[in-house]
Design a protein around this ligand. Structure first.
Ligand code: NAP
Length: 259
């Protein structure tokens, strides 16, 4: 299937590895020019070079913290009017509700609520003016079924879900879609860090922690960044113009809900 977005320009935030990189790779594979971002310059440059070599598209790397106004300004300076925006950032650390301070909440809200909103506010005016645009926010399965230890994530991401639910309906008439992708467990550094935490807490090795978690997923495995990226690319395609304000679970069936 031709996704019909060859030659379009995308910003993919937090994309040197993991799910953001999966989205960047899948968009590059269908001819989208990229601005990719992460904080660590060497890893980001390496990813940019690999994507250029593999897919032959222009890739600009902007090393910056997307959760800060300066970081977002640097990314937007490289591409002020993208056709496609993929919002992403690192997830908050696990913990317990009684320990989180105001500062912990502010950090989580900055990263997983206010940063994606600021990016949307920056790019939506030109998208609606041109009559075409795609925004995909990487959120979490935690917005459908809370993960108690990730209360900071539950809190920030449900806020973003509410913003998208309303805003997506306000821009849809102008050819712009906004949707959220909700990852369940995927084989990335983030998942490994969470497994390491479980292994330490329960006195087991990390392989055992992963096997136990895989056993709870109907498909019996972790998702991959490649399949996550492919779904993102479809949402960004010309074929996805009727998908508006949706929260799409990519979790191997792990969230035990009917709708
Ligand atoms: P990951 O493998 O740890 O990769 C995170 C990427 O984001 C890296 O490229 C990292 O590069 C970049 N990044 C982190 N903080 C950033 C910041 N402030 N500014 C710019 N770039 C930043 O994570 P992932 O597994 O792909 O997860 C992506 C998102 O999905 C996270 O929010 C995570 O909580 C959420 N999620 C993941 C899973 C899962 O199973 N993997 C499940 C549910 C939700 P630098 O460190 O160099 O900045």
């Amino acid at each position: 299937m031709d996704l019909g977005i060859g030659g379009k320009r995308a910003i993919v935030c937090a994309a040197s590895r993991g799910l953001g990189r999966g989205c960047a790779e899948a968009l590059a594979a269908v001819g989208v020019e990229l601005v990719i971002n992460a904080r660590s310059a060497p890893a980001l440059e390496e990813t940019a070079a690999a994507i250029r070599a593999r897919h032959g598209v222009a890739v600009t790397a902007v090393a910056a913290d997307i959760t800060t106004p300066e970081g977002r300004a640097a990314v937007l300076a490289a591409c002020a009017e993208p056709d496609i925006l993929v919002n992403n950032a690192g997830g908050p650390p696990p913990g317990i509700w009684s320990d989180w301070s105001r500062d912990d909440f502010i950090r989580a809200l900055d990263a997983n609520l206010l940063a994606p909103i600021a990016m949307m506010q920056a790019v939506l005016p030109a998208m609606t003016e041109r009559g075409w645009g795609r925004v995909v926010n990487i959120t979490s399965a935690a917005v459908r079924a809370p993960i108690p230890a990730l209360g900071l994530s539950n809190t920030a991401r449900t806020g973003l879900t509410g913003f998208v639910a309303g805003t997506s309906r306000q821009v849809a008439a102008r050819g712009v879609t906004i949707n959220n992708l909700l990852p369940g467990i995927h084989a990335t550094d983030r998942a490994e860090a969470l497994d390491r935490g479980v292994a330490e807490a329960e006195g087991i090795d990390i392989g055992e922690a992963r096997r136990r978690r895989e056993a709870t997923i109907p498909v019996r495995r972790y998702g991959t960044a490649e399949e996550f990226g492919a779904t993102c690319a479809f949402l960004c395609s010309v074929h996805a113009g009727y998908i508006v304000g949706q929260n799409i679970l990519l979790d191997g069936g792990a969230t035990n809900i009917t709708i």
